[in-house]
Design a protein around this ligand. Structure first.
Ligand SMILES: Cc1cc2nc3c(=O)[nH]c(=O)nc-3n(C[C@H](O)[C@H](O)[C@H](O)COP(=O)(O)O)c2cc1C
Length: 183
């Protein structure tokens, strides 16, 4: 079975995006091995601290390298992606050996799927900008994406509600990702 590493772009305890990831995990049950990336202890990128590779950076990079694919579930922050997601991707984009731009990074060619739950625009800007960034750092971004416009009740209950159409989109994305990984 292929290994898919889930990255949740929100550290909020009752995160809708984490709930969305759980729904995707259920869809993948028996079809892929799902693991969640813990990247909360990553330091901020600092070029003075790139070498020697810090233990936490090495651990996160190794988890990315070991995965067949990465699926990011993230909220939109101010028309873009959260800063900690950018920090993670900045670390993944850098060479392990300083100035060695010939050896591929752990994110190079990695299949990446994107989904997000947010306001009325369903994280469209966040996903568009993340697609641009991931393409720049040579990840292989899945064109099928799921954007969830949170229903008003979600905010009072803290429970993610999906319409049938939302669930169909998520299932179609999961199938497209599996197809790509198993191709
Ligand atoms: C700093 C900040 C900026 C935000 N900007 C946007 C935005 O531009 N578009 C949007 O849809 N939601 C925006 N939101 C709202 C979050 O996307 C929304 O609360 C989302 O549900 C959070 O996801 P989570 O439940 O997984 O944490 C913003 C929230 C924060 C904290």
């Amino acid at each position: 079975m292929k290994k898919i590493l889930f990255v949740v772009g929100s550290w909020r305890e009752k995160s809708f995006n984490r709930q969305l990831a759980k729904k995707a995990e259920a869809l993948l049950q028996g079809k892929a091995e799902v693991k969640y990336l813990d990247y909360a202890a990553l330091p901020f990128v600092n070029q003075d601290k790139e070498a020697p590779e810090q233990a936490e950076v090495a651990r996160v990079r190794a988890e990315i390298a070991a995965a067949d694919g990465v699926w990011i579930f993230t909220p939109e922050y101010n028309f873009s992606y959260p800063g900690h997601v950018k920090n993670l991707l900045d670390w993944l984009s850098r060479p392990v050996i300083p100035m060695d731009y010939a050896t591929p990074t752990c994110i190079n060619g990695k299949p990446v799927a994107l989904s997000g739950a947010g306001g009325k625009a369903a994280t469209a800007q966040c996903r568009a900008k993340l697609t641009e960034l991931l393409t720049f750092i040579k990840a292989d971004v899945l064109p099928e994406q799921t954007g969830i416009a949170l229903q008003p009740e979600c905010w009072t209950t803290d429970v993610l509600l999906l319409t049938d159409e939302d669930t169909q989109h998520l299932a179609a994305e999961a199938e497209a990702f599996l197809k790509k990984l198993n191709a």
